[in-house]
Design a protein around this ligand. Structure first.
Ligand code: HEC
Length: 556
């Protein structure tokens, strides 16, 4: 939900506008029908319009009769290019239209694509490739930085994967994208370890060599596609705001009480600010504190006063940004904790008003830290210090409850942990699941102290009632949806985004029914955000591989 105070007037105006839209009374700038020779009228085709020279793209979706309509308020006069998303099809025409004060009519013809592989999402590659669940599950380690298309189009054999490609991938830090790769500091070390390390990659490499094109330059399996959106999932308008450089991966996007969207840049030392009214983007540069170490930010969260807090990852700092003075305050980890592998991803100030303390974590050694803002002192917990050697643990998110006790997710395992704010005692809660690893990832605490989190492995979102210890779970489809994060809105609807299918799921937790919206372009999404001050609510997400911010406005 937005932080700061909400504007009640704006909410009222919006709901009137949307009510008018749903009865069809709203003026339309551009409307028409979508069809193809194969299917006739086509439902679930995404139609995007972008004015020449603009940084904003509007997208709507065709209904059961193939009809689409852009509300007049969304398109400005001028020449617009038209693009579609409908897997298996290309736009035959027309590819552009002039928007004037008069509503324009434009029927669109689609034709079968000649390059289906170029259109598949990572989720569709997951559906297509053969393999056991364990084999396919390894591919979830390959989708953070680039598409699976890059993997399956390659022609490498198992040996080349083992000796060259996989060690090279392992050397990149998580915030790498092909436009801006960054090496791990430990990369040199790994090169020295040589052969011993390489054996770890052998079985993955052998599998990869069965699903890529290989020397024959073709796939040994059929390419499968996921169904297009239908029904309620077509009743939506998307607004996509381009960011100024293709190297910007907006990892976390949150919206403040003035309607400004803020984002953490995953690979660069900037906090970004987008004004959705104008599309204007401002970047606030952040100092490098560990020269030679990778740059970039991950978690972005607000305290009650509206200050923004960020985790500066390998720079190993906690940052606070004052929106009024636009100044940063920086805290460094204590020297004995500021090891080469130190990585501060999440900073959680949501309940600091309780005791003046901010929770954070450290990927370098599965640690939790707590910053006392008044004294600058940083405490450390190592909940898995006495775990059996070789047992993998990774504390991913740290989420405070109303008393500023912290709850954390163990991404490499199947547990939620709790640290008592007063006594420091650590307690573990096991997520009920058949699988050994369910990978709880990101989430949030609601006003009733219910912890909502995504299970990256096993395609589920879940809730832990921290007052009773009871878990509840909901399956997200399709298989391999790989949700990253969850937000619960004011209507008890849970929103999550798949990291691989380009789907945003809105799940009514009271009925279990869900709507799967499809994003206008293929990408990778992480943190999800819901603005509860509008009616219906508005969903925001950063397009990590598309250098843009996407706003999703459901029409019901
Ligand atoms: C941490 C980021 C990251 C991850 C995770 C990652 N890659 Fe990459 N990958 C890159 C970057 C950056 C490039 C482009 C630069 C290069 O080729 O080294 C790339 C390129 C590639 C290429 C093309 C290389 C070529 O020379 O043709 C292949 C194939 C590939 N990756 C396979 C994989 C596989 C398989 C996985 C999962 C096991 C994976 N990648 C995971 C960052 C990553």
């Amino acid at each position: 939900m937005r932080f700061g105070t909400h504007s009640i007037v704006a909410t009222a105006v919006l709901s009137v506008a949307l009510a008018a839209y749903s009865t069809g009374a709203v003026a339309q700038a551009l409307a028409g029908k979508v069809s193809s020779a194969e299917e006739g009228a086509m439902e679930g085709v995404l139609i995007s319009a972008k004015r020449a020279g603009a940084t904003v793209t509007i997208t709507v979706v065709s209904d059961k009769e193939g009809r689409y309509a852009f509300p007049a308020a969304k398109l400005e006069p001028g020449r617009h290019s038209i693009r579609i998303r409908a897997v298996g099809y290309d736009l035959e025409g027309p590819g552009a239209v002039d928007i004037t004060a008069q509503p324009a009519a434009l029927d669109l013809r689609l034709k079968r694509t000649s390059d289906l592989a170029a259109q598949l999402s990572n989720g569709e590659w997951m559906a297509s490739v053969p393999g056991t669940d364990a084999q396919k599950g390894q591919l979830l380690n390959c989708v953070g930085c680039h598409t699976l298309e890059r993997v399956v189009r390659s022609q490498y054999d198992a040996d080349t994967f083992t000796k060259t490609i996989l060690p090279r991938m392992q050397g990149y830090v998580n915030q790498s994208i092909p436009q801006h790769p960054q090496l791990r500091k430990a990369e040199r070390l790994m090169e020295e370890r040589g052969d011993q390390r390489v054996q770890v990659y052998r079985s993955t490499a052998e599998y990869l060599a069965t699903i890529n094109r290989g020397p024959a330059q073709k796939w040994s399996y059929e390419l499968k596609t996921l169904p297009r959106p239908s029904g309620r999932a077509t009743r939506v308008v998307y607004t996509e705001y381009d960011l100024p450089r293709e190297t910007i991966s907006p990892h976390d996007v949150i919206v403040d009480s003035e309607g400004i969207a803020w984002y953490s840049s995953f690979g660069e030392q900037n906090l970004g600010r987008l004004d959705p009214k104008t599309g204007e983007v401002t970047e606030f540069p952040i100092d490098v504190h560990k020269p030679g170490f990778p740059t970039g930010l991950l978690g972005l969260r607000a305290d009650r006063a509206g200050n923004l807090w960020l985790g500066n990852m390998y720079q190993a700092t906690i940052l606070k940004f004052d929106r009024k003075t636009t100044k940063f305050t920086t805290w460094k980890l204590p020297p004995e904790r500021n090891i080469d592998a130190a990585q501060v991803n999440m900073v959680s100030p949501q309940a600091m008003h309780v005791d003046g303390k901010v929770w954070t974590q450290n990927n370098g050694f599965a640690g939790v830290h707590r910053l006392d803002v008044a004294t600058g002192k940083i405490e450390t917990w190592e909940p898995f210090k006495s775990a059996p050697k070789g047992e993998p643990h990774n504390i991913y998110d740290v989420i405070p409850d109303s008393q500023n006790n912290v709850w954390f997710t163990d991404f490499r395992w199947r547990h939620i942990g709790r640290i008592d704010a007063k006594t420091g005692e650590v307690k573990m809660f096991e997520i009920p699941a058949a699988a050994k690893v369910v990978a709880p990832r990101r989430g949030m605490m609601d006003a009733k102290d219910r912890l909502w989190f995504a299970q990256y492995r096993g395609d589920k979102i879940a809730m832990l009632d921290t007052r009773t210890g009871e878990f509840k779970g909901w399956t997200i489809s399709p298989r391999w949806s790989s949700p990253y994060d969850v937000v619960i809105d004011r209507n008890e609807e849970a929103w999550t985004g798949s990291m691989i299918t380009d789907q945003v799921t809105r799940l009514d937790t009271r009925t279990g029914q869900s709507v799967d919206y499809l994003l206008p372009r293929t990408t990778n999404i992480r943190r999800v955000f819901v603005d509860d001050s509008t009616t219906p609510v508005t969903f925001w997400v950063g397009s990590n591989h598309g250098a843009s911010i996407v706003k999703l406005e459901p029409l019901d």
